[in-house]
Design a protein around this ligand. Structure first.
Ligand code: NAD
Length: 453
Protein backbone atom coordinates (compact mmCIF):
# COMPACT_ATOMS: atom_id res chain seq x y z
CA UNK A 1 0.00 0.00 0.00
CA UNK A 2 1.12 3.60 -0.52
CA UNK A 3 1.00 5.55 2.70
CA UNK A 4 1.64 9.13 3.71
CA UNK A 5 2.29 9.88 7.39
CA UNK A 6 2.13 13.54 8.36
CA UNK A 7 4.35 14.48 11.30
CA UNK A 8 7.66 12.80 12.13
CA UNK A 9 7.41 12.95 15.92
CA UNK A 10 7.24 10.08 18.42
CA UNK A 11 4.11 8.64 16.81
CA UNK A 12 4.56 9.58 13.15
CA UNK A 13 8.12 8.35 12.86
CA UNK A 14 7.40 5.01 14.48
CA UNK A 15 4.21 4.57 12.41
CA UNK A 16 6.06 5.35 9.18
CA UNK A 17 8.97 3.01 9.97
CA UNK A 18 6.72 0.13 11.04
CA UNK A 19 4.45 0.36 7.98
CA UNK A 20 7.57 0.39 5.78
CA UNK A 21 8.85 -2.66 7.68
CA UNK A 22 5.75 -4.56 6.49
CA UNK A 23 6.51 -3.78 2.85
CA UNK A 24 4.40 -0.68 2.34
CA UNK A 25 5.71 2.38 0.51
CA UNK A 26 5.73 5.21 2.99
CA UNK A 27 6.41 8.92 2.65
CA UNK A 28 6.67 10.72 5.99
CA UNK A 29 5.96 14.44 5.65
CA UNK A 30 7.45 16.72 8.28
CA UNK A 31 7.39 20.50 8.27
CA UNK A 32 10.61 20.97 10.26
CA UNK A 33 13.43 21.18 7.68
CA UNK A 34 16.15 20.25 10.20
CA UNK A 35 14.32 17.09 11.18
CA UNK A 36 13.78 16.16 7.54
CA UNK A 37 17.48 16.69 6.75
CA UNK A 38 18.56 14.46 9.62
CA UNK A 39 15.96 11.82 8.85
CA UNK A 40 17.07 11.69 5.22
CA UNK A 41 20.56 10.85 6.50
CA UNK A 42 19.08 7.98 8.50
CA UNK A 43 19.43 9.67 11.89
CA UNK A 44 16.55 9.13 14.30
CA UNK A 45 15.47 12.54 15.60
CA UNK A 46 14.06 10.99 18.77
CA UNK A 47 15.50 8.36 21.05
CA UNK A 48 13.46 5.20 20.68
CA UNK A 49 14.95 1.71 20.93
CA UNK A 50 15.19 -0.20 17.60
CA UNK A 51 14.01 2.77 15.55
CA UNK A 52 17.20 3.95 13.90
CA UNK A 53 18.18 0.62 12.30
CA UNK A 54 14.69 0.42 10.80
CA UNK A 55 14.95 3.94 9.40
CA UNK A 56 18.33 3.20 7.84
CA UNK A 57 17.18 -0.11 6.36
CA UNK A 58 14.03 1.27 4.76
CA UNK A 59 15.64 4.46 3.53
CA UNK A 60 18.18 2.23 1.78
CA UNK A 61 15.45 0.00 0.30
CA UNK A 62 13.45 3.03 -0.83
CA UNK A 63 10.45 1.76 1.12
CA UNK A 64 10.56 4.85 3.34
CA UNK A 65 11.28 8.45 2.41
CA UNK A 66 10.98 11.85 4.04
CA UNK A 67 9.72 15.07 2.57
CA UNK A 68 8.67 18.55 3.54
CA UNK A 69 6.18 18.63 0.71
CA UNK A 70 2.65 17.45 1.43
CA UNK A 71 1.84 17.52 -2.29
CA UNK A 72 4.70 15.12 -3.02
CA UNK A 73 3.94 12.97 0.03
CA UNK A 74 0.28 12.49 -0.85
CA UNK A 75 0.70 12.27 -4.64
CA UNK A 76 0.11 8.52 -4.79
CA UNK A 77 -1.19 7.79 -1.30
CA UNK A 78 -4.01 5.32 -0.66
CA UNK A 79 -4.03 6.25 3.02
CA UNK A 80 -2.92 9.48 4.73
CA UNK A 81 -2.25 9.38 8.48
CA UNK A 82 -2.31 12.59 10.49
CA UNK A 83 0.16 12.25 13.38
CA UNK A 84 0.83 15.83 14.41
CA UNK A 85 0.81 17.11 17.98
CA UNK A 86 -2.33 18.02 19.94
CA UNK A 87 -0.90 19.88 22.94
CA UNK A 88 -2.95 21.49 25.69
CA UNK A 89 -4.54 24.79 24.81
CA UNK A 90 -4.68 27.61 27.35
CA UNK A 91 -7.93 26.35 28.87
CA UNK A 92 -6.73 22.73 28.96
CA UNK A 93 -8.65 21.59 25.91
CA UNK A 94 -6.80 19.90 23.06
CA UNK A 95 -5.24 22.47 20.75
CA UNK A 96 -6.29 21.27 17.31
CA UNK A 97 -4.52 23.99 15.36
CA UNK A 98 -1.91 21.61 13.92
CA UNK A 99 -4.53 19.04 12.94
CA UNK A 100 -6.82 21.60 11.32
CA UNK A 101 -3.89 23.22 9.51
CA UNK A 102 -3.04 19.81 8.07
CA UNK A 103 -6.70 19.40 7.00
CA UNK A 104 -6.52 22.75 5.20
CA UNK A 105 -3.27 21.77 3.49
CA UNK A 106 -4.68 18.39 2.46
CA UNK A 107 -7.69 20.10 0.92
CA UNK A 108 -5.31 22.29 -1.04
CA UNK A 109 -3.05 19.55 -2.42
CA UNK A 110 -4.95 16.26 -2.74
CA UNK A 111 -5.28 15.17 -6.35
CA UNK A 112 -7.01 11.82 -5.89
CA UNK A 113 -9.40 10.15 -3.44
CA UNK A 114 -7.74 8.53 -0.43
CA UNK A 115 -8.61 7.60 3.12
CA UNK A 116 -7.52 10.17 5.70
CA UNK A 117 -6.91 8.79 9.19
CA UNK A 118 -6.52 10.70 12.46
CA UNK A 119 -3.80 9.01 14.47
CA UNK A 120 -3.29 12.02 16.69
CA UNK A 121 -5.25 11.97 19.95
CA UNK A 122 -8.21 14.23 19.22
CA UNK A 123 -11.54 15.04 20.88
CA UNK A 124 -14.80 13.50 19.81
CA UNK A 125 -16.07 15.10 16.61
CA UNK A 126 -12.64 15.99 15.22
CA UNK A 127 -12.76 13.52 12.31
CA UNK A 128 -16.01 15.15 11.19
CA UNK A 129 -14.42 18.60 11.38
CA UNK A 130 -11.33 17.42 9.49
CA UNK A 131 -13.52 15.87 6.76
CA UNK A 132 -15.54 19.06 6.43
CA UNK A 133 -12.41 21.18 6.17
CA UNK A 134 -10.73 18.97 3.56
CA UNK A 135 -13.86 18.48 1.48
CA UNK A 136 -14.70 22.18 1.67
CA UNK A 137 -11.29 23.00 0.19
CA UNK A 138 -11.62 20.28 -2.45
CA UNK A 139 -15.00 21.76 -3.44
CA UNK A 140 -13.49 25.22 -3.81
CA UNK A 141 -10.80 23.76 -6.06
CA UNK A 142 -13.52 22.27 -8.25
CA UNK A 143 -12.56 18.69 -7.40
CA UNK A 144 -15.43 16.24 -7.68
CA UNK A 145 -14.10 13.56 -5.31
CA UNK A 146 -14.49 13.68 -1.52
CA UNK A 147 -12.49 11.97 1.23
CA UNK A 148 -13.69 10.23 4.35
CA UNK A 149 -11.82 10.56 7.62
CA UNK A 150 -11.34 7.65 10.01
CA UNK A 151 -9.98 7.53 13.53
CA UNK A 152 -7.17 5.15 14.43
CA UNK A 153 -5.84 6.27 17.82
CA UNK A 154 -2.35 5.17 18.70
CA UNK A 155 -1.56 3.25 21.90
CA UNK A 156 2.21 2.86 21.63
CA UNK A 157 4.32 3.62 24.69
CA UNK A 158 7.47 5.69 24.38
CA UNK A 159 10.46 3.52 25.26
CA UNK A 160 8.91 0.43 23.62
CA UNK A 161 7.14 2.16 20.75
CA UNK A 162 8.45 -0.01 17.91
CA UNK A 163 7.64 -3.18 19.77
CA UNK A 164 4.18 -1.92 20.73
CA UNK A 165 3.42 -0.93 17.16
CA UNK A 166 4.64 -4.23 15.73
CA UNK A 167 2.74 -6.27 18.35
CA UNK A 168 -0.24 -4.16 19.40
CA UNK A 169 -2.53 -5.20 22.25
CA UNK A 170 -5.32 -4.01 20.00
CA UNK A 171 -5.89 -1.78 17.01
CA UNK A 172 -8.93 0.47 17.12
CA UNK A 173 -10.49 1.57 13.88
CA UNK A 174 -13.30 4.08 13.90
CA UNK A 175 -14.64 4.38 10.41
CA UNK A 176 -18.12 4.98 9.07
CA UNK A 177 -17.61 3.51 5.61
CA UNK A 178 -17.04 -0.13 4.74
CA UNK A 179 -14.33 0.48 2.12
CA UNK A 180 -12.24 2.52 4.57
CA UNK A 181 -12.61 -0.10 7.29
CA UNK A 182 -11.56 -2.83 4.87
CA UNK A 183 -8.51 -0.83 3.76
CA UNK A 184 -7.34 -0.39 7.35
CA UNK A 185 -8.09 -4.02 8.15
CA UNK A 186 -5.76 -5.06 5.29
CA UNK A 187 -3.09 -2.57 6.33
CA UNK A 188 -3.01 -3.86 9.91
CA UNK A 189 -3.41 -7.57 9.09
CA UNK A 190 0.37 -8.28 9.14
CA UNK A 191 0.60 -6.81 12.66
CA UNK A 192 -2.21 -9.03 13.94
CA UNK A 193 -1.35 -12.40 12.44
CA UNK A 194 -1.34 -14.44 15.63
CA UNK A 195 -4.10 -12.65 17.49
CA UNK A 196 -7.14 -10.95 16.04
CA UNK A 197 -7.35 -7.78 18.03
CA UNK A 198 -8.80 -5.38 15.53
CA UNK A 199 -11.69 -3.49 17.07
CA UNK A 200 -13.97 -1.70 14.63
CA UNK A 201 -16.34 0.92 15.95
CA UNK A 202 -17.85 4.30 15.20
CA UNK A 203 -15.46 7.21 14.67
CA UNK A 204 -16.62 9.05 17.77
CA UNK A 205 -16.25 5.95 19.97
CA UNK A 206 -12.71 5.44 18.66
CA UNK A 207 -11.80 9.04 19.43
CA UNK A 208 -13.21 8.76 22.91
CA UNK A 209 -11.61 5.36 23.62
CA UNK A 210 -8.13 6.87 23.50
CA UNK A 211 -8.94 9.53 26.09
CA UNK A 212 -10.76 7.06 28.31
CA UNK A 213 -7.79 4.66 28.19
CA UNK A 214 -5.27 7.33 29.17
CA UNK A 215 -7.54 8.78 31.84
CA UNK A 216 -8.02 5.33 33.36
CA UNK A 217 -4.28 4.61 33.46
CA UNK A 218 -3.59 8.03 34.99
CA UNK A 219 -6.30 7.29 37.55
CA UNK A 220 -4.60 4.05 38.57
CA UNK A 221 -1.34 5.92 39.12
CA UNK A 222 -2.92 8.71 41.13
CA UNK A 223 -4.90 6.19 43.14
CA UNK A 224 -1.82 4.26 44.22
CA UNK A 225 -0.01 7.54 44.91
CA UNK A 226 -2.82 8.61 47.20
CA UNK A 227 -2.62 5.25 48.97
CA UNK A 228 1.15 5.78 49.28
CA UNK A 229 0.53 9.11 51.01
CA UNK A 230 -1.62 7.37 53.56
CA UNK A 231 0.85 4.51 53.96
CA UNK A 232 3.59 7.00 54.79
CA UNK A 233 1.49 8.26 57.72
CA UNK A 234 0.46 4.82 58.92
CA UNK A 235 3.96 3.33 58.88
CA UNK A 236 3.01 0.89 56.13
CA UNK A 237 5.17 0.05 53.12
CA UNK A 238 3.20 0.75 49.93
CA UNK A 239 5.40 -1.79 48.11
CA UNK A 240 3.96 -4.60 50.20
CA UNK A 241 0.48 -3.24 49.62
CA UNK A 242 1.14 -3.02 45.87
CA UNK A 243 1.99 -6.69 45.75
CA UNK A 244 -0.96 -7.48 47.97
CA UNK A 245 -3.50 -5.83 45.70
CA UNK A 246 -1.79 -6.47 42.34
CA UNK A 247 -2.12 -10.22 42.77
CA UNK A 248 -5.89 -9.76 42.48
CA UNK A 249 -6.54 -10.25 38.76
CA UNK A 250 -9.38 -7.75 38.90
CA UNK A 251 -6.82 -5.11 39.85
CA UNK A 252 -3.74 -6.36 38.01
CA UNK A 253 -0.08 -5.52 38.42
CA UNK A 254 0.23 -2.70 35.88
CA UNK A 255 0.19 1.02 36.67
CA UNK A 256 -0.01 0.59 40.42
CA UNK A 257 3.55 1.66 41.18
CA UNK A 258 3.75 4.57 43.60
CA UNK A 259 6.17 7.25 42.50
CA UNK A 260 6.90 10.91 41.96
CA UNK A 261 4.08 11.41 39.47
CA UNK A 262 3.31 10.79 35.82
CA UNK A 263 4.50 13.05 33.03
CA UNK A 264 4.99 12.77 29.31
CA UNK A 265 3.22 13.97 26.24
CA UNK A 266 -0.03 12.09 26.80
CA UNK A 267 -1.47 11.52 30.30
CA UNK A 268 -1.27 15.10 31.58
CA UNK A 269 -2.66 16.77 28.48
CA UNK A 270 -5.25 14.07 27.80
CA UNK A 271 -6.62 14.20 31.35
CA UNK A 272 -6.82 17.99 31.05
CA UNK A 273 -8.58 17.75 27.68
CA UNK A 274 -11.12 15.30 29.07
CA UNK A 275 -11.79 17.58 32.06
CA UNK A 276 -12.42 20.46 29.68
CA UNK A 277 -14.66 18.31 27.47
CA UNK A 278 -16.73 17.28 30.51
CA UNK A 279 -17.02 20.90 31.66
CA UNK A 280 -18.23 21.92 28.23
CA UNK A 281 -20.94 19.26 28.47
CA UNK A 282 -21.96 20.43 31.94
CA UNK A 283 -20.62 17.31 33.66
CA UNK A 284 -18.51 17.62 36.80
CA UNK A 285 -15.32 15.56 36.19
CA UNK A 286 -14.65 14.97 39.89
CA UNK A 287 -12.50 11.88 39.45
CA UNK A 288 -10.37 13.44 36.73
CA UNK A 289 -9.83 16.62 38.73
CA UNK A 290 -8.66 14.55 41.70
CA UNK A 291 -6.32 12.55 39.45
CA UNK A 292 -4.74 15.73 38.18
CA UNK A 293 -4.48 17.37 41.61
CA UNK A 294 -2.87 14.28 43.14
CA UNK A 295 -0.35 14.15 40.31
CA UNK A 296 0.58 17.80 40.71
CA UNK A 297 1.12 17.20 44.42
CA UNK A 298 3.11 14.03 43.76
CA UNK A 299 5.57 15.90 41.58
CA UNK A 300 6.46 18.13 44.55
CA UNK A 301 7.05 15.34 47.07
CA UNK A 302 10.72 14.74 46.39
CA UNK A 303 11.50 18.41 46.83
CA UNK A 304 9.48 18.54 50.06
CA UNK A 305 11.38 15.50 51.36
CA UNK A 306 14.74 17.08 50.49
CA UNK A 307 13.78 20.37 52.08
CA UNK A 308 12.73 18.59 55.24
CA UNK A 309 15.93 16.53 55.22
CA UNK A 310 18.06 19.69 55.03
CA UNK A 311 15.87 21.49 57.58
CA UNK A 312 14.80 24.03 54.97
CA UNK A 313 18.34 25.01 53.95
CA UNK A 314 19.10 23.85 50.42
CA UNK A 315 21.34 26.77 49.51
CA UNK A 316 24.72 25.40 48.44
CA UNK A 317 23.71 21.75 48.96
CA UNK A 318 24.78 19.39 46.21
CA UNK A 319 21.94 17.20 44.96
CA UNK A 320 22.52 14.43 42.43
CA UNK A 321 19.58 13.48 40.16
CA UNK A 322 19.37 10.15 38.38
CA UNK A 323 16.98 10.21 35.44
CA UNK A 324 15.53 13.23 33.67
CA UNK A 325 13.34 11.82 30.87
CA UNK A 326 9.70 11.43 31.90
CA UNK A 327 10.14 7.66 31.79
CA UNK A 328 12.90 5.18 30.95
CA UNK A 329 13.61 4.43 27.29
CA UNK A 330 12.88 7.87 25.88
CA UNK A 331 14.46 11.31 25.63
CA UNK A 332 11.04 12.95 25.99
CA UNK A 333 11.00 15.60 28.71
CA UNK A 334 7.44 16.86 28.27
CA UNK A 335 5.89 17.41 31.73
CA UNK A 336 8.62 15.27 33.30
CA UNK A 337 8.57 15.15 37.14
CA UNK A 338 12.35 15.69 37.03
CA UNK A 339 11.86 19.23 35.73
CA UNK A 340 9.55 20.21 38.61
CA UNK A 341 12.18 18.99 41.05
CA UNK A 342 15.08 20.52 39.15
CA UNK A 343 13.43 23.94 39.00
CA UNK A 344 12.55 23.88 42.70
CA UNK A 345 16.11 22.92 43.62
CA UNK A 346 17.64 25.64 41.45
CA UNK A 347 15.24 28.22 42.91
CA UNK A 348 16.23 27.13 46.43
CA UNK A 349 19.90 27.65 45.63
CA UNK A 350 20.97 24.01 45.50
CA UNK A 351 23.66 22.82 43.11
CA UNK A 352 22.33 20.05 40.90
CA UNK A 353 24.39 17.31 39.25
CA UNK A 354 22.06 15.39 36.95
CA UNK A 355 22.49 12.28 34.89
CA UNK A 356 20.38 10.71 32.17
CA UNK A 357 21.45 8.27 29.45
CA UNK A 358 19.75 10.22 26.63
CA UNK A 359 17.90 13.31 27.85
CA UNK A 360 20.71 15.63 28.99
CA UNK A 361 20.82 17.63 25.72
CA UNK A 362 17.12 18.50 26.04
CA UNK A 363 17.69 19.70 29.61
CA UNK A 364 20.81 21.64 28.58
CA UNK A 365 18.75 23.54 26.00
CA UNK A 366 16.17 24.53 28.65
CA UNK A 367 18.48 25.58 31.48
CA UNK A 368 21.26 27.45 29.72
CA UNK A 369 21.75 30.01 32.49
CA UNK A 370 22.04 27.43 35.28
CA UNK A 371 24.55 25.49 33.19
CA UNK A 372 26.62 28.57 32.47
CA UNK A 373 26.67 29.63 36.11
CA UNK A 374 27.72 26.12 37.13
CA UNK A 375 24.65 25.62 39.35
CA UNK A 376 23.63 22.76 37.06
CA UNK A 377 26.00 20.08 35.84
CA UNK A 378 24.91 17.40 33.40
CA UNK A 379 26.56 14.08 32.77
CA UNK A 380 25.89 10.65 31.36
CA UNK A 381 27.89 9.04 34.18
CA UNK A 382 25.81 7.97 37.20
CA UNK A 383 28.91 7.77 39.38
CA UNK A 384 30.27 11.13 38.19
CA UNK A 385 27.22 13.01 39.43
CA UNK A 386 27.17 11.52 42.93
CA UNK A 387 30.68 12.74 43.69
CA UNK A 388 30.53 15.17 46.59
CA UNK A 389 26.72 15.03 46.71
CA UNK A 390 24.72 15.59 49.89
CA UNK A 391 21.78 13.61 48.50
CA UNK A 392 21.00 11.34 45.58
CA UNK A 393 17.51 11.33 44.07
CA UNK A 394 16.30 8.61 41.73
CA UNK A 395 13.66 10.19 39.49
CA UNK A 396 13.50 7.98 36.38
CA UNK A 397 14.13 4.27 36.77
CA UNK A 398 16.41 3.59 33.79
CA UNK A 399 17.83 0.05 33.85
CA UNK A 400 21.36 1.35 34.47
CA UNK A 401 20.19 2.79 37.81
CA UNK A 402 18.59 -0.39 39.08
CA UNK A 403 21.53 -2.24 40.55
CA UNK A 404 24.35 0.23 41.07
CA UNK A 405 27.44 -0.27 43.20
CA UNK A 406 26.12 1.31 46.39
CA UNK A 407 29.35 0.84 48.32
CA UNK A 408 31.14 2.89 45.67
CA UNK A 409 28.38 5.49 45.71
CA UNK A 410 28.57 5.78 49.46
CA UNK A 411 32.27 6.42 49.18
CA UNK A 412 31.75 9.14 46.58
CA UNK A 413 28.96 11.04 48.34
CA UNK A 414 29.54 13.65 51.01
CA UNK A 415 26.38 12.55 52.83
CA UNK A 416 24.79 9.27 51.73
CA UNK A 417 21.09 10.11 51.67
CA UNK A 418 19.03 8.42 48.97
CA UNK A 419 15.58 9.57 47.87
CA UNK A 420 13.95 6.89 45.78
CA UNK A 421 11.24 8.49 43.63
CA UNK A 422 10.26 5.15 42.08
CA UNK A 423 10.61 2.75 45.01
CA UNK A 424 13.06 0.51 43.15
CA UNK A 425 15.64 -0.01 45.89
CA UNK A 426 15.86 -2.33 48.84
CA UNK A 427 15.49 0.04 51.77
CA UNK A 428 16.91 -2.43 54.30
CA UNK A 429 20.01 -3.16 52.27
CA UNK A 430 20.68 0.53 51.82
CA UNK A 431 20.24 1.24 55.50
CA UNK A 432 22.73 -1.54 56.28
CA UNK A 433 25.20 0.08 53.90
CA UNK A 434 24.95 3.32 55.85
CA UNK A 435 22.46 5.22 53.71
CA UNK A 436 19.48 7.16 54.88
CA UNK A 437 16.70 5.84 52.61
CA UNK A 438 13.44 7.54 51.79
CA UNK A 439 10.97 6.22 49.24
CA UNK A 440 7.43 7.21 48.27
CA UNK A 441 4.94 5.82 50.79
CA UNK A 442 7.56 3.74 52.57
CA UNK A 443 8.90 4.12 56.09
CA UNK A 444 12.23 6.01 56.12
CA UNK A 445 15.13 3.75 57.05
CA UNK A 446 18.72 4.23 58.15
CA UNK A 447 20.78 7.12 59.36
CA UNK A 448 22.83 9.39 57.21
CA UNK A 449 26.37 8.40 58.09
CA UNK A 450 29.00 10.68 56.59
CA UNK A 451 30.63 9.36 53.41
CA UNK A 452 34.31 9.39 52.57
CA UNK A 453 34.32 12.54 50.42
N1 NAD B 1 4.09 10.43 22.18
C1 NAD B 1 3.35 9.38 22.49
O1 NAD B 1 3.76 8.49 23.24
C2 NAD B 1 1.95 9.25 21.93
C3 NAD B 1 1.29 8.01 22.06
C4 NAD B 1 0.00 7.90 21.52
C5 NAD B 1 -0.61 8.99 20.92
N2 NAD B 1 0.05 10.19 20.84
C6 NAD B 1 -0.60 11.30 20.17
O2 NAD B 1 -0.06 11.39 18.85
C7 NAD B 1 0.02 12.75 18.45
C8 NAD B 1 1.45 13.10 18.08
O3 NAD B 1 2.24 13.00 19.24
P1 NAD B 1 3.83 13.03 19.18
O4 NAD B 1 4.29 12.78 20.55
O5 NAD B 1 4.30 12.18 18.06
O6 NAD B 1 4.04 14.58 18.79
P2 NAD B 1 5.41 15.28 18.38
O7 NAD B 1 5.28 16.67 18.84
O8 NAD B 1 6.55 14.45 18.82
O9 NAD B 1 5.40 15.24 16.79
C9 NAD B 1 4.56 15.99 15.98
C10 NAD B 1 5.32 16.29 14.69
O10 NAD B 1 4.41 16.84 13.74
C11 NAD B 1 5.09 17.86 13.03
N3 NAD B 1 4.10 18.74 12.39
C12 NAD B 1 3.24 19.62 12.98
N4 NAD B 1 2.49 20.21 12.04
C13 NAD B 1 2.85 19.71 10.84
C14 NAD B 1 2.42 19.89 9.51
N5 NAD B 1 1.48 20.79 9.20
N6 NAD B 1 3.01 19.20 8.52
C15 NAD B 1 3.99 18.31 8.81
N7 NAD B 1 4.43 18.06 10.06
C16 NAD B 1 3.87 18.75 11.06
C17 NAD B 1 5.93 18.55 14.09
O11 NAD B 1 6.98 19.32 13.53
C18 NAD B 1 6.43 17.34 14.88
O12 NAD B 1 7.65 16.82 14.35
C19 NAD B 1 -0.55 13.57 19.61
O13 NAD B 1 -1.91 13.79 19.39
C20 NAD B 1 -0.36 12.64 20.80
O14 NAD B 1 -1.30 12.90 21.82
C21 NAD B 1 1.33 10.33 21.32
Amino acid sequence: MRICVIGAGYVGLVTAACFAEMGNWVVCVERDPFRVARLKRGEATIYEPALEPMLKAHLASGQLSFSQSLAAGTAQADVVFIAVGTPSGEDGSADLSHVMAVAEELGAVLQQPCLVVDKSTVPVGTAERVAQRINGCLGKRGKTFRVSVASNPEFLKEGSAVDDFMRPDRVIIGCEDAAGTELLRRLYAPFLRNHERLLCMGVRAAEFSKYAANAFLATKISFINEMAGLCARLDVDIEQVRRGIGSDTRIGTHFIYAGCGYGGSCFPKDVRALIRAAEQEGIEPGILRAVEARNALQKTLLFQALREHFSGHLQGRVVALWGLAFKPGTDDLREAPSLVLLEALLAAGANVQACDPVATSGVAARYVQALESGQLRLSESPYGVVEGADALVLVTEWKQFRQPDFARIRGLMRMPALFDGRNIYDAKQLAELGFLYRGIGRPALGRCLAGAA
